[in-house]
Design a protein around this ligand. Structure first.
Ligand SMILES: [Zn+2]
Length: 483
């Protein structure tokens, strides 16, 4: 399963978790009291990165488009929402017991481990079918399993004073709130089909065994779009033409059945060959794939994978996952059924971090090469030395100049080399250094995190130069190169 992937030099999930804790990106929640499994706090850098991911998602999916509007629904709703959606009855994890020795395993985890299959969204019946079809036996005594039983994953809570209070749930997903608000949205906007409703918000699941760092948390955020299309218009996507030549690694259900590897294909070929069933689906898969790559994710580590018949939810005609090759293997980061486009913020967060994490042996430190739109700090401002009052004063002036437009910090402690290294480790896109020449000619140096190259540019042009650099212009075009 290593098709098209360069040898991965990325960190393991454990290394990444340790790095995140050390640098204040993410740490276990309430750790001074022993923590609580499945809950994490985002620290000063983590919240910036997370907010930037959400802001970029919102910009691309809502602000830049005419056909999608946003909502922000409440976390606790009338419990009837969850009865109507089926969650109250069947939003369960499957527990399966051995009929011989009584050993109990979690159905989906057991299947994932044994068959390397993504089990997200499987119901009890589907779990039983897979256990039966693949003749899975008890790992302890090789006995047969009984039918799976369910454990409801919704967190219950009571609303109102204890006596006469009513029981409700913390929402386990954001989608149902979008459906419940559908009429309000159409009544108050002038949207006509096809259109979408987007939401970013928290959801809660009482996972039996949270694990793998941010993969399976009990509290998490979803970025979700419900896109509504008339059933007879599924091949009438006005945007598809510009995406026909878009290429992705594709793993269809048939390729999986034949044990063929994923293959790079154009959207056009997927549609012509009937691999992707509708133009709208091909469009959304391409669009989401492009969203990730445009923010720095290597397309060789992405693929779209069609769900097998037995993985499909009952309401979905055709479902695809956008998967990323994590250090632990291929895992879903986004699911796209015929109507729903769902991404977990935490998994996107992990993907961007893994892509950015470089252990740079020549520099002797980690370099976090986050995309300039995502990285917490765009710039840092340093005086070359900290014991010259006129340098300090000038560098603070420069700092005050750029801070309002570029999230930045000021650092004067230690050697300038140490300050560069610290900045690299937390992904600061550029360092602005004020030196003795600055006092003579009002110029500063700006340094690229990714290449360590530096150019000298005027303070007058600094804001414009930084903006251009963030937009992807070459550093060398922004000033005189320092050799
Ligand atoms: Zn057994």
């Amino acid at each position: 399963m290593s098709y098209g992937i360069k040898p991965i030099t990325m960190a393991t999930i454990e290394e990444l978790a340790a790095f995140c804790k050390k640098k204040g990106l993410i740490y276990p929640s309430s750790e001074i009291y022993g923590g609580l499994a499945g809950f994490f706090d985002y620290g000063p850098l983590g919240v910036e990165l997370k907010n930037n991911i959400k802001a970029q998602w919102w910009k691309t999916h809502v602000h830049d488009r005419d056909d999608i509007v946003g909502i922000d629904g409440s976390i606790i709703t009338n419990p009837k929402v969850w009865v109507a959606s089926g969650h109250a009855d069947s939003f369960t994890d499957a527990l399966i017991d051995c009929s011989k020795c009584g050993n109990r395993v979690r159905g989906d985890q057991f299947i994932e481990e044994k068959l390397k299959m993504d089990t997200a969204g499987l119901d009890l019946k589907q779990i039983d079918e897979i256990v039966k079809n693949h003749k899975l036996k008890c790992p302890k005594c090789s006995g047969n399993f009984k039918e799976a039983t369910g454990f409801n994953l919704m967190f219950k809570t009571s609303v109102g004073p204890a006596a006469g209070s009513s029981e409700s749930y913390l929402r386990p997903e954001t989608a149902q709130v979008i459906f419940a608000d559908f009429k309000q949205v159409t009544d108050t906007t002038r949207l006509k089909l096809p259109f979408g409703i987007a939401q970013i918000g928290r959801a809660f699941r009482n996972e039996i065994s949270p694990r793998d760092f941010l993969f399976r948390c009990r509290e998490f955020e979803q970025m979700e779009i419900e896109y509504f299309i008339r059933p007879d218009q599924l091949n009438k996507c006005p945007y598809i033409d510009e995406w026909m030549g878009y290429e992705m690694n594709v793993l269809s259900a048939e390729m999986q059945a034949k044990k063929h590897p994923a293959k790079s294909m154009k959207a056009r070929d997927c549609l012509d060959k009937g691999i992707i069933k509708t133009a709208w689906h091909a469009y959304w898969l391409s669009f989401e794939h492009n969203w990730l790559t445009s923010l720095g994710v290597n397309p060789a580590r992405l693929r779209i994978r069609q769900h097998l018949e037995e993985e499909k939810s009952h309401y979905a005609l055709d479902t695809w996952d956008l998967e990323y090759h994590f250090p632990t293997g291929w895992r879903e980061i986004q699911g796209m059924a015929n109507r729903t486009d769902l991404q977990g913020v935490e998994r996107a967060f992990l993907v961007f971090l893994l892509e950015a994490y470089h252990d740079d042996k020549s520099r002797g430190n980690i370099v976090l090469k986050l995309h300039p739109q995502l990285t917490p700090y765009k710039a840092a401002v340093f005086p070359l030395v900290s014991n010259k009052p006129e340098l300090l004063e000038k560098s603070k002036e420069v700092y005050r100049l750029i801070k309002p437009g570029f999230n930045s910090y000021f650092d004067q402690s230690g050697s300038v080399g140490r300050r560069y290294a610290r900045a690299d480790e937390i992904g600061v896109y550029t360092c602005v250094t004020v030196d003795f020449q600055t006092l003579e000619d009002e110029t500063v140096t700006i340094r690229s995190r990714d290449t360590t190259k530096q150019v000298r540019t005027g303070i007058k042009e600094l804001k414009e130069s930084l903006a251009k650099f963030m937009q992807g212009e070459k550093l060398e075009s922004l000033g005189a190169v320092i050799s």
